[in-house]
Design a protein around this ligand. Structure first.
Ligand code: PLP
Length: 431
């Protein structure tokens, strides 16, 4: 091997090597309940670390701007074909580097600078890219927003119809980052057509559930569907756009050269592997368990006296009101207390929150990651009880050390990655 190569990360770069090793341990020793996170398979991990990272492949399979793309074409075409099969879509673009890039590309393909977009309010569950003033979406477009009903804490479709008629958007955006209920894509499609708007469904969070048929699909009702590949879909970090054939050229042009340069072929290869996994029969079992686990966890927390926003969950996540009008603690304090016992969640505003976003009244909890580790109903009951005890006994060192012991007991029964990802035998991390 050439002298310009360093073969082993633990010899070449102890700082980064030790950080990788510590992160491997952190992921294994904690309970990961961040709703947007998951653990990819070792096949996906392996694929990301391949020599495809060396390749420039601007363009699309069969139409590249560089030579030497024959194997890049194989992996990208496989990713495209599998994505179309999973979702029953007419066209797929697998190149977006992230969910945000996927959304940016759709804006570029679908509407013009200065047009009006109508998206879900961030504090009611929407995403930054759906019109936040500091995001490209809020900077380049006029923004109108809709939210949830104060009583039901669920999307009020009659109100959405009214707002759509008033704001006349060019693009109606649905999909959310913190919404625990089924989204009625059919109804949203009807609302959009009644005002002459196109629809983008951003299923970043629920893509795995949609793939498994556990959440109604937006495909027949929406011109554009975007998603991340790393949340419930359990692939590498990245984005994906699905659309009808009539928009295929516009979408492909918007991604490249509109928004991005060279595609990340090593990541696209890993997307293909993850999509292959999503086509296996046990993927549906996995998603079913994600949903069952979320229901059991929400019930356990509610029975322990915490308030579940909208009264429950239909998907992989729940919003828990831990402040409860001053009877409890803030979301910020709950996140910190849980972190001290190695349970990872994020603080989250609840609809009509009286706290600032950085403090928040709630926490968001999701079950995709722990379900990947193999945890089921019994563990959800134990974990729900631990969470409630920590939140309800703020500052009690006794409660905290009991919780830490119980978390360690649970994680020890569900090992995460095999030994090759924990030692320096592959150079992935040192001992
Ligand atoms: C996570 C998320 C995104 C953005 O994904 P990134 O890969 O972080 O850019 C977009 N939309 C929604 C609804 C999300 O939840």
């Amino acid at each position: 091997m050439s002298d310009f190569f360093t073969a082993n990360i633990s010899d070449a770069d102890p700082l980064i090597s030790n950080a990788i090793d510590s992160e491997v341990r952190r992921q294994a020793d904690g309970l990961e309940l961040i709703a947007s996170e998951n653990f990819v398979s070792e096949a996906v991990l392996q694929t990301m670390g391949t020599v495809f990272t060396n390749k420039y492949a601007e363009g699309y399979p069969g139409k590249r701007y560089y030579g030497g793309c024959e194997f890049s074409d194989v992996v990208e075409q496989a990713a495209i074909d599998r994505a179309k099969e999973i979702f029953g879509a007419e066209h797929a673009n697998v190149q977006p580097h992230s969910g945000a890039q996927a959304n940016m590309s759709v804006f570029l393909a679908a509407i013009n600078h200065g047009d009006t977009i109508l998206g879900m309010n961030l504090s009611h569950g929407g995403h930054l890219t759906h019109g936040h003033p500091l995001n490209f979406s809020g900077i380049n477009f006029k923004v109108a927003d809709y939210g949830v009903n104060r009583e039901t804490e669920q999307i009020d479709y009659d109100e959405l119809q009214r707002i759509a008629e008033e704001s006349r958007p060019a693009l109606l955006i649905c999909g959310a980052s913190a919404y625990p209920r089924i989204i009625d894509f059919e109804r949203i499609g009807e609302i959009a057509r009644s005002v002459g708007a196109k629809v983008m469904a951003d299923i970043a969070h629920i893509a795995g559930l949609v793939a498994a048929g556990l959440h109604p699909t937006p495909i027949p009702h929406c011109e554009f569907v975007t998603t991340t590949t790393h949340k419930t879909l359990r692939g590498p970090r990245g984005g994906l756009i699905l659309c009808k054939e009539e928009f295929a050229k516009d979408v492909d042009r918007a991604v490249f050269p509109g928004v991005q340069g060279g595609p990340l072929i090593h990541i696209i290869a890993a997307k293909a592997v993850a999509f292959g996994e999503a086509l296996q029969p046990n993927f549906k079992e996995y998603q079913q368990q994600v949903v069952t686990n979320a229901k059991v966890l929400a019930e356990t927390l509610a029975n322990a006296g915490l308030r579940i926003v909208s009264g429950g969950t239909d998907n992989h996540l729940m919003l828990v009101d831990v402040w409860m009008d001053g009877k409890g603690i803030t979301g910020k304090d709950a996140e910190k207390a849980l972190e001290q016992v190695h349970i990872t969640v994020n603080k989250n505003t609840i609809p009509f929150d009286t706290q600032k976003p950085f403090v928040a009244s709630g926490i968001r909890i999701g079950t995709p990651a722990l379900t990947t580790r193999g945890m089921k109903e019994e563990e959800m009951r134990s974990i729900g009880t631990i969470i409630a005890e920590v939140i309800q006994a703020p500052g009690s060192e006794e409660a905290m050390s009991k919780a830490r012991r119980e978390v360690a007991e649970i994680t020890s029964r569900f090992p995460l990655y095999s030994q090759r990802y924990k030692t320096d035998s592959t150079g992935t991390a040192n001992a």
